[in-house]
Design a binder for this molecule. Structure first.
Ligand SMILES: N[C@@H](CCC(=O)N[C@@H](CS)C(=O)NCC(=O)O)C(=O)O
Length: 227
């Protein structure tokens, strides 16, 4: 009885990373199938999973297919209440859901200007006002999670939750573009990218090389921390 998760290239696919963390961090049995996101075969690869057109896509052990990361998260949380994917406390859970939904529908400047790439740190990235606005919102939302959960450091709601899953690629962008954030936010980002599951995902991603690399690499790019 195992889930199948269909994902795109690990180095770049932020939504695939979320889908995988949902299964991996909560110990839900799964296997992974790659879809040719950067190889150009995505439409053909996803055709048997209609109406899916994006990754990640989850196939349940019963053969049902669900797309959209929030829908995948809610499906898994409903099927595995024992995994406590959402915070236990109702008020914390409500706030965590809010954070995840805002992530899924917002942060357009950060997402467009800083596409996730896990290869290196693009030092000297020119942070536009729109990206700064998104970063300020990240600060507010993470502080609000800590305010309500009482978690002074570590995961946003104390125990690892779907909120940490949804913000993992944000943390990766902050690290990968060396974005200006508060010390607390940077510490959380470093915690995220040093988590063993995240590191495994990144290591697996780096097995694939890209020539040319699909995104600009700054002249002063430096190695990824905690490599
Ligand atoms: N709203 C979707 C977003 C998924 C998404 O945009 N996935 C990207 C890869 S990270 C994708 O499939 N892109 C292919 C495309 O846009 O054609 C979700 O929550 O899962």
């Amino acid at each position: 009885m195992s889930y199948t998760l269909f994902i795109g290239d690990r180095t770049f696919s932020s939504w695939s990373l979320r889908g995988w963390l949902m299964l991996e961090k909560f110990n839900l049995p799964h296997s992974v199938q790659m879809v040719g996101l950067y190889a150009g075969t995505m439409a053909k690869d996803l055709a048997p999973l209609a109406p899916a057109i994006l990754v990640p896509v989850l196939r349940t052990p019963e053969g049902d297919v669900v797309g959209e990361s929030l829908a995948i998260a809610e499906t898994l949380a409903e099927r595995h209440p024992e995994a406590e994917m959402w915070p236990k406390d109702a008020a914390h859970r409500l706030r965590a859901r809010w954070l995840c939904a805002e992530m899924a529908s917002g942060f357009s400047a950060l997402r467009a200007s800083c596409p996730m790439q896990l290869q290196h740190v693009n030092e000297g990235f020119d942070t536009t006002p729109d990206v700064q606005t998104d970063l300020a919102r990240v600060e507010v939302l993470w502080r609000s999670a800590r305010g309500i959960s009482g978690a002074k450091d570590g995961w946003l709601f104390g125990a690892y939750s779907l909120a940490d899953v949804f913000y993992a690629p944000v943390a990766a962008r902050i690290i990968g573009y060396d974005l200006p954030v508060s010390t607390e936010v940077r510490e959380y980002c470093l915690k995220t990218v040093s988590d063993p599951s995240f590191r495994q995902w990144r290591r697996d991603g780096l097995q694939v090389t890209y020539d040319p690399f699909p995104y600009p690499i700054s002249a002063s790019a430096r190695p990824w921390p905690l490599d």
